[in-house]
Design a protein around this ligand. Structure first.
Ligand code: 26V
Length: 825
């Protein structure tokens, strides 16, 4: 279309009056209520839709310029996007905060109340899902053409409640009050097949070919979400798929007259996007999970090829137009799916299709735990996706043939590298498939990438050294500093201007201010106010009382043995034990609030036990008058993005205490640093880089290093030896075993104690003394309040590297080779 014939896009008036008018229109005509009778939810929905309208012009012009320019895009394929609340982010991106506040106030409405009405979309488990959300925020802000593809789970990560201190899960019905941020497009639904068989046939030229005849199919309905960049950049799209029964399903069964069966079939189809799997470390190998993976990936590829690309697009040029980034192995089935589309549907030769396919993918690995590496039994994959299994076999055959040429006398190595595992059952190793198909494979922090190369994927790194690279994770400063810490943001902006929000390296400019007493005083004041704010939230939300005058020592992350919440607990129990026995005078104890936030996978028995123990210890300590309130344990239930936004800015101390070599990166560690907490941590994941940047003197390092861990394990680890020789440790463990925290019942926490004494897979006992010593250094440092603040300022000043904008730049330069494209004015 020429400029003259390009249809106009509506705009909105950026004034208080304009906003009020739009808001009332939404309330009256959208919600169908009068202001005087409107519920909080009515007002929230009307306001959300109004704010959304203000972003629409940018969204439409982004889409328009993308259609016109056909610039190379990133498709971020992820089973999880842990978005957090949308309203604040949309207000920030649209620059409407002040207008909205004033406009609502003029109607007697409190913005804060409406903010609280939003239920966060918790469509992820933890770090991996939140990382995806940070990345799409950065891509939009940096004007990079991109689209996120994922699943619109009807139920996100479960809601955690505590009953007598034990975790009880409740469904997360996040859509119950309606979701104003999504745009459903049922008319654009795509069909996805499952099951059935593969048949052979002759094409018109008499060539023998194979094609898939699915046994059943479902529809994927796209729901679009705006991903607004900060400050007038692009508004990109996140497209989440929801499963529906096909019409054929309904009609067929309706015709057979079995109404109940028709409804059952519908339910069956819709189950696919019903619920997010809450296990984030031990894949259960569940059929429904594989259905989810194939479902969203098949929808996404079809969407991109049939809808996003112009009808006349030459698919041979696909690698110039798209890169599919595989967020862990969850979407890896996209590889055989693209092959199937090109070979079976488009009629390409195998080699031609493979040449294109292997240029279209890149793979990010997010773990090091062997048990977290996804493997799909051939039996299951063949039953659900028979054609894909054939394709995987052929990819593997050709790969192994290539290897036999490269390593003619090393059949052992060839077998090791096979995409198909033979033991304990024949199964497809998804990480290997991703590595074979991807142009690049990256880990998420320096140490992690190195361990991937040296251990997990060593054979592949030897064969393709250039394929492997590192991109250290990052977090979005918009949500995790600007929005969640307005006090600190204001102070920073006052000192160095507001460029840091999109160029976080500018925080460097704060460094000299670490030596400015007045700056430190104000910094401290802000931290104190954040603690007060948190205290208010915890009182209201969880009925938990905390004292802002104590050191806030915070550990928030999924509950997992490798992350070692028990190590922190042993420190707390040890302190308590010493106080009760009189070894330590209460007056000598640094007043601390030990905060935890953690969900355990519902089937992870040990993790749930640990939650029970943390709460039991907390109850005992919080109720013991002898402690004079100097020690408190605060474990608010249902830690989520929203709570993180008040917890992290209030922290003094960030606990990053995983066993070295186990935490791929961590991203909470970065959020704490940027909010002025000091880290106590092991040499693991991104902690390594944090410490390098902030300097040893501003980081409390402890514990075995990864090579030391490997050596200890190699020699044979005996946790009981630590129990025998370390009196403090023994006393702490004995106190737990005695039933002191379980009303005298010794059986309750026996499994935890005996696990630590006999197995202790993650060497908590080996690191106990080093950890306690590091905590003593924390106490000493904290005693000098002003110097602590100086170090906290340095943490902020040196944290710029951890912006997800920088991560995106790294992906763009080293993996994607895409370019920014600003939307049309
Ligand atoms: C695995 C599985 C297994 C099957 C069931 C569902 C499910 C869901 C998620 C996962 C992912 C586990 C890997 C993961 O979350 N890794 C984390 O990624 C963060 C971002 O890179 C990183 O900071 C954390 O260190 C890493 O543990």
């Amino acid at each position: 279309m020429t400029a003259e014939t390009t249809p106009p896009i509506a705009t909105r008036e950026h004034t208080v009056e304009g906003f009020v008018r739009e808001f009332l229109r939404e309330l009256n005509f959208g919600q169908g209520v009068d202001l005087t009778r409107a519920s909080v939810n009515d007002k929230y929905l009307a306001m959300a839709r109004t704010v959304r309208h203000y972003l629409m012009t940018r969204w439409l012009s982004t889409l328009r310029s993308q259609a016109k320019l056909q610039a190379k895009s990133v498709a971020y394929l992820s089973a999880e996007f842990l978005l957090g609340r949308q309203l604040d982010n949309a207000l920030l991106a649209s620059g409407l905060e002040d207008i909205v506040k004033e406009g609502l106030a003029s109607l007697g409405i409190d913005l804060e109340e409406l903010r609280q009405a939003e239920i966060e979309p918790g469509l992820g488990n933890g770090g991996l899902g939140r990382l995806a959300a940070c990345f799409i925020d950065s891509l939009a802000t940096m004007n990079v053409p991109s689209i996120g593809y994922g699943i619109r789970y009807e139920y996100g990560i479960f809601k955690q409640t505590f009953v007598d201190g034990w975790q009880v899960e409740k469904p997360d019905d996040w859509l119950r009050l309606g979701s104003p941020w999504e745009f459903p497009h049922p008319e654009a639904a795509v069909k996805v097949g499952f099951g059935g068989h593969v048949e052979q046939y002759q094409d018109d030229d008499g060539v023998v070919k194979r094609r898939w005849v699915p046994g059943w199919s479902v529809l994927g309905v796209p729901y679009n979400y705006m991903v607004p960049g900060y400050d007038a950049g692009r508004v990109n799209t996140l497209r989440l798929w929801s499963a529906r029964a096909t019409r054929a399903f309904d009609l067929e069964i309706f015709n057979s007259g079995d109404y109940a069966e028709a409804v059952r079939a519908q339910t069956f189809a819709e189950n696919i996007s019903k619920v997010l799997y809450p296990e984030d470390s031990t894949p259960q190998g569940k059929e429904l999970r594989l259905q989810q993976q194939y479902f969203f990936v098949a929808c996404s590829i079809k969407d991109f090829v049939d809808q996003v690309l112009p009808a006349d697009f030459d698919l041979h040029k696909l690698p110039d137009r798209i890169v599919f980034q595989l967020n862990d192995t969850h979407p890896v089935i996209a590889v055989p799916e693209l092959m199937r589309v090109l070979v079976d549907e488009k009629g390409w030769e195998w080699d031609e299709a493979w040449a294109v396919t292997k240029q279209c993918f890149a793979y990010t690995c997010h773990t090091l735990l062997p048990e977290a590496l996804e493997v799909w039994p051939v039996e299951l994959l063949g039953r659900l996706l028979p054609r894909h299994l054939e394709i995987i076999y052929r990819i593997n055959d050709e790969f192994l043939a290539e290897l036999r040429v490269a390593y003619p006398n090393d059949e052992l190595r060839v077998r090791r590298m096979s995409i198909i595992a033979e033991y304990p059952v024949r199964a497809v190793r998804m990480a290997y498939l991703a590595t074979v198909a991807g142009t690049k494979v990256n880990g998420v922090a320096e140490l992690h990438s190195q361990l991937l190369r040296d251990k997990v994927l060593d054979d592949f790194a030897a064969y393709w050294p250039d394929k492997f690279t590192n991109v250290t994770n990052g977090v979005t400063p918009r949500r995790f500093v600007k929005l969640s810490n307005p006090g600190l943001s204001g102070l920073i902006t006052e000192a160095i201007g507001d460029g840091w929000v999109t160029d976080l390296d500018q925080l460097k400019g704060l460094e000299p201010l670490a030596d400015d007493a007045e700056f430190r005083r104000r910094f401290r004041e802000i931290k104190y106010a954040n603690k007060q704010r948190l205290a208010g939230v915890l009182a209201e939300r969880d009925n938990i009382v905390v004292n802002p005058d104590t050191l806030f020592d915070v550990m928030v992350k999924r509950l997992h043995e490798y992350k070692r919440q028990t190590l922190k607990l042993l420190h707390i129990v040890s302190l308590y034990e010493k106080i009760t026995t009189g070894e330590l005078a209460i007056g000598d104890v640094t007043p601390r609030t030990f905060a935890f936030g953690a969900k355990a996978a519902p089937g992870y028995v040990m993790a749930k036990q640990i939650i029970g123990l943390i709460n039991a210890v907390g109850r005992t300590i919080n109720d013991d008058p002898a402690l004079e309130g100097r020690l408190r344990v605060a474990f608010p239930a249902n830690y989520n993005v929203t709570l993180a936004e008040t917890l992290i800015p209030a922290a003094d101390l960030s606990e990053q205490i995983s066993l070295a070599g186990k935490e791929a990166s961590g991203t909470g560690n970065m959020k704490f640093m940027l909010n002025g907490a000091l880290t106590i941590g092991t040499d693991d994941g991104a902690n390594v880089e944090i410490r390098q940047l902030v300097g040893d003197e501003n980081f409390f390092l402890f514990g075995l290093t990864e090579p030391q861990v490997a050596e200890v394990v190699e020699r044979g680890y005996h946790p009981s030896a630590y129990y025998e020789t370390n009196l403090d440790l023994r006393n702490a463990l004995d106190l737990i075993a005695s039933g002191a925290f379980s009303g005298g019942d010794r059986a309750v926490f026996e499994p935890i104690v005996s696990n630590l004494l006999n197995e202790d897979r993650f060497l908590a006992l080996a690191d106990f003394q080093a950890y306690v010593d590091a905590q003593a250094r924390v106490d000493a440092a904290y005693a000098d309040t002003d110097d602590w603040t100086r170090r906290a300022v340095l943490n902020v000043a040196r944290g710029g590297f951890f912006s997800s904008d920088r991560s995106m730049r790294d992906y763009i330069e080293r993996i994607w080779h895409t370019y920014p494209v600003a939307p049309e004015a």
